[in-house]
Design a protein around this ligand. Structure first.
Ligand code: URA
Length: 207
């Protein structure tokens, strides 16, 4: 159980160190290391993705690969400084399947998401963000319930039991996977638009 590893009065550093030894689900065997959240410990905005990818697994930091670069660009366009955010994932180990020499992303299942949840809850408790941005359906459904539909409520603040305002948008990888340039541009435009809603809410966006 991840909960048993959480120190009584944790700091982010203590949490990160404790999470490094987490074996609450089987994914620790497949990943190189735990990829804990990273960023401003007093961030007003917390960005939550699904799970680290190949580059994140190797670097030990969230959103540093292709999806992270797209996220950086979108944040900049929206007027949000990534350095002032806290970035994390619902699952903190890379789940992958071999395809030839490559490690291909595999979706985490409900047990893996639940096993990892105490870490995310502890991060939310410590950082106390004003706004949580769910990147993609996995994060949104983990935080807002399985019935949440990104297609219906993308880019809106939605009611939740969390101690922050919560909004969900695309996962940057979904934009990278768009079938053609026109679709990619449209999705990026919507993604930046959603992040501008966040920027406006914290007063950093241009109106
Ligand atoms: N995708 C995610 O959901 N998180 C990362 O950290 C990288 C890619």
């Amino acid at each position: 159980m991840a909960a048993a590893l959480i120190p009584e009065r944790p700091t982010l550093r203590a949490l990160r160190e404790a999470a490094a030894g987490c074996k609450a689900c089987g994914l620790w065997e497949r990943g190189t290391q735990t990829v804990f959240g990273d960023g401003d410990a007093r961030a007003r905005v917390m960005l939550v993705g699904e799970q680290p990818g190949n580059e994140e697994d190797l670097a030990g930091k969230p959103f540093v690969g292709p999806a992270g670069r797209l996220l950086d660009k979108a944040l900049e366009e929206a007027g949000i400084d990534r350095g002032e955010t806290y970035v994390t994932n619902v699952v903190k180990h890379f789940k992958w399947e071999p395809r030839g020499k490559r490690r291909i992303h595999a979706k985490p299942n409900a047990q893996e998401i639940a096993a990892c949840r105490p870490w995310l809850d502890a991060e939310i408790d410590l950082v106390k963000p004003e706004i949580i941005v769910c990147l993609g359906a996995t994060a949104a459904q983990a935080l807002l319930g399985r019935q949440f539909r990104l297609t219906q409520h993308r880019g809106e603040f939605v009611p939740s039991t969390l101690p922050a305002r919560v909004i969900a948008t695309f996962h940057p990888s979904a934009i990278l996977r768009a079938p053609d340039d026109a679709a990619r541009r449209a999705a990026m435009h919507s993604f930046v638009g959603d992040l501008k809603v966040v920027a406006a809410a914290i007063g950093t966006g241009q109106s």
